[in-house]
Design a protein around this ligand. Sequence first.
Ligand code: ADP
Ligand code: MG
Length: 701
Amino acid sequence: MDKLFLKTPIEFLKGVGTQRANVLKKELGIATYIDLLRHYPFRYIDRTKYYKLNEVDTELPLIQIIVRLKTIELLGEKATKRLVAKAVDDTGNIELVWFKSLKWIEKQLQPNSLYVIFGKVSFFNGKKQMTHPELELYQSPNSNFGNLSLQPVYSSTEKLKLFGLDSKGIQKIIASLVVHCLPHIEDNIPAYILNKYQLLNSATALKNIHFPNNAAILKHAIKALKFEELFFIQLKLLRTKLLRTQKFKGNVFDNVGDKFNFFYKNLLPFKLTEAQKRVIKEIRTDTKQGIQMNRLVQGDVGSGKTVVALLIMLLAVDNGYQACLMAPTEILANQHYLSLKALLKDNFLNIALLTGSVKQKNRKIIHEHLAAGTLNILIGTHALIEDNVLFKNLGLAVIDEQHRFGVEQRAKLWKKNAIPPHVLVMTATPIPRTLAMTLYGDLDVSVIDELPAGRKPIHTMHLYESSRLRMFGLMRQEIAKGRQVYVVYPLIKESATLDLKNLLDGTEVIAAEFPLPQYKISIVHGQMKTFEKEFEMQRFVKGETQIMVATTVIEVGVNIPNATVMVIENAERFGLAQLHQLRGRVGRGAEKSYCILMSGNKLSIDGRTRLQTMVSTQDGFKISEIDLQLRGPGNIKGKEQSGVLDLKIADLALDQQILLEARKTVIQLFDNDPELTKPENETLKNFFVTPKVGITLDKIS
Ligand code: ADP
Ligand code: MG
């Protein structure tokens, strides 16, 4: 049947109409039949379980209890007027209270009868109470509330409730929709794959996710829909990769030349770690082959990704190409520029910095040299992938610490040269494996899983306000040794509006504790002008100031090895990935370093878990896994831009196994049938060529 049916505007569904259609669209983004079908319940109420009154506490969600009504009374006056029924079971008693429709309810209630009551239990004046419970006369265990033992609960909004679309209301329109739609639903995944993994077909899965007959089939339905969701994401990513390797030629870097060798032999100030060497070898293999490289280099903070990038950029230059290095902030771009210049010594090759704050005149000069090919390496922010930045021969683009750099952004880079440049995306590890596979599933991955020798573990402490003097003491002690200190406040990042009170107040306290002329303080936050930030950074870099008071603008990448103390105020307000990045600003030299997590006394369970995690481990992978479990992938940096993480049902923290299965399936599929020409894969081929009207198609296209 016609799949277009599923694209029918929702207003045509019985019981919806124009008004409700408008709010559904506005509040939940539901515009068509298929959108509504994909509005899955977020939980189910188990209507098979009955609680006893002595088992209940206020922590329980909505529950049902069988009770006998004893007395029914109207109490109070006017505003406090209420209907109170006392009820018992063989383990205790409870009060049922209504504030509305009193007369009507009173008429329904029969004293001394058995009822099933359903609702949330609270305590009032030491008594168990349920307000506005649902209730029905008790008949037999299974006939209450229809035959749905697992009742779906849908997310709704205040606005939708005004239009009668609370969870129940939504359930009602979905019920009529499901009946309508089921005959129109075809399987997107070929039958042989469904069979292999014993997955329910789409129609059965969709019916049972909304109206499960029992817990077992619900489990199967959820698994099937998760698999389907992840399968199509992988299908798209891996096909992108396949097409790229088929279509695009790649620049060939087969010559290890003077620049690379000279730098390696004469300028490199340390021995590379084995992991760095291995990754460089992997990249070299890639870039020799005439295929365009897209590689993700994962390496924990401080693992030395920058020098890997530099060596590959030199390789590009040796082979007659230009290279660029893109960083997420101006501070970082600037730091890269200065440190690469220092590493390379002057005049070794031509290198320039391009950011939003480079003046028009200089910009013009840079553009000219880029076009002429006299500029070898360009470092900058997003400014350098703007359309008006034209290279003569861009062979390599390195993207540093950009969680947001998805397929579309990379595609923009690919167009910068007739033969698309190799792309190297570098990131610190706080991207768990499952997330990386979804965000960067079309990339090859290299891992720098070793820190340079001699790094000492960072001593991490969690202190409360009462220990502030201890923290000052440690700062003083380290500064006396000639070291430097960061103090970071929980203010919103560079782009967002800042609540400056914390940072400014904090600076006053610190200035009082560490007075001039003995101590000097740098301040950096997102509301400062770029040149001001840079000026303050440089004072700290040069050691003119001992303390850097900052917001999270210094979170990523900043490399000042002489800094040995990182104090994070209100650390409970930061996410784990951020804390890990911030801590990574110290422990970069040979000295012992400290990270002090200051927190208020009141901590949420999650907040406490985060701080405990930081104290107990320094392993970026471990931290990122815990982070994913605590926050859910929805909140991980960068998902807004990636587009692929708008998952309706799969949960990257919980569904690793399903993701791996889905990915493996797609890899095998392309191994056996790269063009998807075999008849059994026809539906999948259609997925890419026909107008996208299928049931998963619209959301990832
Ligand atoms: P990240 O991977 O976090 O970007 P960086 O590239 O900034 O780390 O490197 C962190 C510090 O370690 C820098 O000061 C860098 O010079 C130094 N470094 C990098 N590789 C090595 C190495 N093999 N041995 C010693 N120090 C190194
Ligand atoms: Mg870095």
